[in-house]
Design a protein around this ligand. Structure first.
Ligand SMILES: NC(=O)c1ccc[n+]([C@@H]2O[C@H](COP(=O)([O-])OP(=O)(O)OC[C@H]3O[C@@H](n4cnc5c(N)ncnc54)[C@H](O)[C@@H]3O)[C@@H](O)[C@H]2O)c1
Length: 348
């Protein structure tokens, strides 16, 4: 399909749309759209047809819930054993997608403050996917190993016939001052987060090119938009992911593949649930409490956030990923989506 095919584009859109129903299928004239246009006619301006994107490039006609329809889509999510990756995988399934879940399910590096995920965690994600009646598959793999990712891409394509959506979520975080860090504190975080995300794109995007369709979503962070005291390698990796995302969007756009980044604020997951998390949260607000409880940390942080929350939950993040994965996001690419409870309004 090419751009500027006004004679047929609206017609195709509506033939593909859920609201058309039996009338169009049987060849009869369907009802006009609510905006009063004939549903088979191209858009017009001053009586002249106007150029429009092809149906494959269009967000489609307005239909209820179109920004969350993932029926029939095949998705791959890395870092799916827990946290935000799990929420995205499960919310994809809740909206109709089958999901291949990748996670290392174990030790990543000494340069990680989080406790390792387990095979049981990944199995639990798959259990939740199947509870929505969708296919879920658990694959233990390391995103630093591009050969393994390419093999998975081949296998998913062979078994499902296509790959529609890829979410590069897997990452680690390291808190250590620059002046104190070991080589691994820098190298492993960059290798895991930035190189691993690039590996994910490079392994799976080639499967989308021949089909002229794809949705790629990467996880960056608000720490990818500003510096982070004592977490420079994490911040640099997440900043790099934004550069990768924007470059990939420019290169893959001609193949009708969109690439976008989700930037969560502080989310309560094992990544952030390390020993000193609550005291650091309290200290960031200029207060000192020895061993604060989660409630104390929340109470101190929440007033500083526009929506008055101490932190978010993984399922506060996943709805944005669903929209970006949907056909309705056809013309959204190269963009950053902040989900922060409003923190980002004052951050940059
Ligand atoms: N939690 C937050 O506050 C927050 C904020 C901003 C951005 N993020 C980003 O969101 C994403 C998910 O974070 P989360 O909080 O859910 O973390 P998490 O630690 O709960 O989950 C991350 C998952 O990635 C997996 N993983 C890490 N390295 C891997 C590798 N090499 N190969 C395969 N799997 C690997 C881990 O095993 C784990 O299951 C990350 O990219 C993170 O940087 C999180």
């Amino acid at each position: 399909m090419t751009l500027g095919d006004p004679a047929s584009s609206r017609r195709h859109l509506l033939l593909g749309g859920a609201i058309v129903g039996a009338a169009v299928v049987s060849g009869a004239v369907a009802a006009p759209t609510p905006d009063g246009r004939s549903d088979t006619a191209p858009r017009e301006l001053d009586g002249q047809p106007v150029p429009e994107p092809s149906p494959a490039q269009s967000a489609g006609p307005i239909t209820p819930g179109r920004g969350s329809v993932l029926q029939g889509k095949i998705a791959v999510v890395t870092g799916a054993a827990r946290g935000i990756g799990r929420a995205i995988a499960v919310e994809f399934a809740a909206n109709g997608a089958d999901v291949v879940c990748i996670d290392i399910c174990g030790f990543v590096s000494r340069a990680s403050n989080a406790k390792p995920a387990t095979p049981g965690d990944l199995d639990e994600t798959v259990r939740q996917i199947r509870a929505y009646g969708r296919q879920g598959e658990a694959i233990k793999a390391d995103i630093r190993d591009i050969s393994a990712l390419r093999q998975i891409a081949d296998d998913v394509e062979a078994s499902h016939g296509k790959i529609d959506i890829v979410v590069a979520d897997a990452a680690i975080q390291r808190w250590v001052p620059l002046l104190e860090m070991t080589d691994a504190d820098w190298r492993d975080v960059i290798d895991n987060n930035l190189n691993g995300t690039a590996n994910t794109l490079r392994a799976f995007a080639p499967k989308m090119v021949p089909r002229k369709h794809g949705r790629i979503i990467v996880l960056s962070s608000m720490q990818g938009l500003h510096g982070t005291k004592d977490a420079s390698s994490y911040s640099a990796s997440k900043w790099g992911i934004i550069g990768l995302m924007k470059s990939a969007a420019m290169e893959l756009g001609e193949h009708n593949i969109t690439v976008n980044a989700v930037l969560p604020g502080l989310v309560d997951t094992p990544l952030t649930r390390y020993e000193k998390r609550f005291s650091e949260t309290v200290a960031e607000e200029g207060q000192k409490i020895a061993d604060p409880t989660p409630q104390q940390a929340w109470d101190i942080r929440a007033p500083t956030v526009p929506l008055k929350v101490g932190w978010l939950q993984p399922d506060d993040i996943s709805p944005v990923a669903v929209f970006l994965a949907s056909d309705a996001a056809a013309q959204v690419t190269g963009a950053e989506f902040e989900v922060t409870g409003g923190d980002s309004a004052k951050d940059i």
